[in-house]
Write a protein that binds this ligand. Structure first.
Ligand SMILES: [Zn+2]
Length: 149
């Protein structure tokens, strides 16, 4: 086959077969072999053949799940190290009382602010006491007798 033009620069593309590509995501990588498609001879842009595109995308999706799982385990490790329950960790970071349980099961990705806070607390666990001391204690509203006139 010939005559396929690059979608980026409209120069001719050449077909390739059985090549390996490395997919990366968040520091993780995975090699996908036996890929075929078209490579622009001018700018190098690549368009995979449909089945190769599917396999390449699937490898990327798998890495995303792997990264989410790694993050869930890391969050749990830090929370446990800090001596926090899931409930108290959620009270500290917001997101609802079940938030940590959901993060640690990988159901919901935590906000970057939560991840960043826990990374800092992992390196400086003494800061947890400062945070806990700064949080207002939960109190019932004080009962005030109605003012009498
Ligand atoms: Zn091109």
């Amino acid at each position: 086959m010939s005559g396929v033009l690059c979608g980026e620069c409209a120069k001719p593309s050449a077909h390739f077969d059985h090549e390996a590509f490395t997919v990366t995501y968040d520091g993780l990588s995975s090699e996908v072999t036996g890929l075929s498609g078209w490579r622009c001879e001018s700018c190098g842009d690549i368009v995979f053949d449909p089945d190769s595109a599917e396999r390449y995308a699937a490898a990327g999706d798998a890495l995303i799940l792997q990264a989410r799982d790694r993050q869930a385990r890391e969050l749990k490790r830090i929370r446990t190290r800090l001596g926090l329950t899931q409930h108290s960790a959620a009270a500290l970071t917001g997101g609802g009382h079940n938030a940590f349980s959901r993060y640690e099961r990988g159901e919901v990705p935590p906000m970057p602010a939560v991840v960043n806070l826990f990374k800092l607390l992992d390196r400086h666990p003494d800061l947890l006491h400062e945070l806990q001391a700064a949080r207002p204690a939960r109190r019932k509203p004080a009962h005030r007798p109605a003012a009498s006139a």
